[in-house]
Write a protein that binds this ligand. Structure first.
Ligand code: FAD
Length: 414
């Protein structure tokens, strides 16, 4: 008798999924489908390639069940679920389960064990929040029951002559319960439909204000939104959600889902030190965390470092207010890539130029790192950490593994 055909079946958690369609869009082999109720994975098509894992905004996509291939849940069953079924122990197969045959339908040696591992090796971000993070609420409002927020303010942050149009948008939730923590994001449901007549996807935006509101005591929050008017290749486009948001007027209502995010959360213990590295609108969660600490300065005794990259000062959201913060509260390193007055620098250059502060924080058991901004910044920043560690007698691979395991290394790029 041959070895039993055991698979790790890829499933989507219907309780967490926000039905944003990202996974279905991303899957290169059409293994994901949906109806009005659920997004589901076809066990006979999924090859465990993982392409859908990192784009998923909520992590609902990353669920697996070990089972005999013949007993895989069909999509008809998955479409009816309100929650994931529990892991069921495999039947006693006379010791033959030792054969690891988590193969794909095409016989490729992928399978979810590889899938999970490769997510961890390709992604450097911690799978968990810092131990002292507050407990986040997530997914209180899904796409079928968004909450209406009112625009309390919408201001351009970047200089009028700057090439990027970044807005600070304050949303008021009135009497709706919509609690957020620094580092979480919310989903915006753009009105209308796309070219094929389907409702637009939800777009995610990091919250830029601390948990007690943009204005303390008010049930509101702030976003930092960049108007997308050209795509990543520089071709002119009109980004659906960012233009909608940047054009909102005070008093307009916006459909919001969320909150989302369980790991990119700040530590709350007094000894924690925080290094924040960002470009552009990646500054939103950093503003939220910094403001939380500024409002509670007596509690936060650790150090704060900020590496902030932009083309030049005119393009930096929150540049003015940042400069007003006390130097002993926040150590700021700017990196301007297109400033006629200074040589071209990126955040990774600024990190290499501050080896003392960086190595001290990376070597500190209470040191926490947050990286947010453009996709592509991650590799340069991690390479800079390696250089700085080598110069300080630290082994970056070991430091990184420890930080990841302890929920102290967080990366969010988009
Ligand atoms: P779309 O209509 O979706 O895209 C139009 C075209 O522009 C497409 O070709 C697309 O590939 C391209 N494109 C999309 N985004 C960009 C971009 N940023 N630069 C250049 N080309 C682009 N955005 C913010 O402004 N502020 C935030 O705080 C923020 N936080 C985010 C947090 C998370 C966790 C994630 C996943 C994303 C976040 N984003 C943020 C990005 C945001 O969700 C949207 O992707 C972005 O606003 C573009 O949406 P759009 O509808 O305007 O463009």
């Amino acid at each position: 008798m041959g070895a039993p055909d055991i698979i790790k079946q890829h499933l989507i958690d219907p309780e967490i999924c926000i039905r944003c369609n990202t996974c279905e869009d991303t899957c290169p082999i059409d293994a994901i489908t949906h109806d009005d109720r659920n997004y589901v994975v076809k066990a006979d098509v999924c090859n465990g390639c993982n392409a859908c894992l990192s784009p998923c905004p909520t992590g609902a996509i990353d669920n697996w069940r070990t089972m005999l291939r013949g007993e895989a849940y069909p999509i008809e069953a998955q479409l009816l679920w309100d929650e994931l079924p529990p892991e069921v122990p495999l039947p006693d197969l006379g010791g033959e389960t030792e054969t690891p045959s988590a193969t794909t339908p095409t016989g490729m040696a992928a399978g979810p064990d590889t899938a999970i591992q490769s997510v961890e090796t390709s992604s450097h971000t911690s799978p968990r929040a810092p131990w002292s993070a507050a407990h986040p609420y997530v997914n209180l409002h899904g796409a079928r029951a968004p909450v209406a927020a009112t625009v309390a303010g919408n201001y351009r942050l970047t200089a009028e002559d700057a090439s990027s149009d970044v807005h600070h948008i304050v949303l008021d939730f009135g009497t709706h319960f919509f609690p957020i923590l620094e580092g979480q994001s919310i989903g915006i449901v753009p009105p209308g439909t796309d070219a094929s007549g389907k409702p637009h996807y939800i777009r995610l935006y990091s919250v830029a204000s601390p948990r007690d509101g943009e204005r303390p005591g008010y049930n509101n929050l702030a976003l930092t939104v960049k108007r997308v008017d050209q795509d990543h290749e520089g071709k002119p486009v009109r980004g659906v959600a960012s233009n909608y948001l940047c054009d909102l007027a005070k008093g307009d209502t916006v459909q919001v889902v969320g909150p989302f995010g369980t790991t990119f959360l700040m530590p709350n213990h007094a000894e924690a030190s925080v290094m924040m590295i960002c470009t552009g609108t990646g500054s939103a969660p950093m503003r939220a965390m910094t403001e939380r600490m500024r409002r509670n300065m007596a509690h936060f005794n650790g150090r704060r470092l900020l590496f902030f990259g932009a083309r030049n000062a005119n393009e930096l959201p929150y540049f003015g207010p940042l400069l007003k913060l006390p130097k002993d509260f926040l150590e700021i390193h700017f990196a301007f890539s297109r400033d006629p007055a200074t040589p071209r620098r990126y955040v990774q250059d600024a990190i290499r130029e501050a080896p003392g502060s960086v190595a001290a924080l990376l070597g500190d058991a209470n040191g926490h790192v947050y990286i947010c901004g453009l996709k592509g910044m991650e590799a340069g920043v991690l390479a800079a950490f390696e250089t700085v560690c080598a110069g300080a007698g630290l082994n970056w691979s070991e430091v990184e593994a420890t930080m990841k395991a302890e929920g102290r290394l967080h990366i969010e790029t988009y």
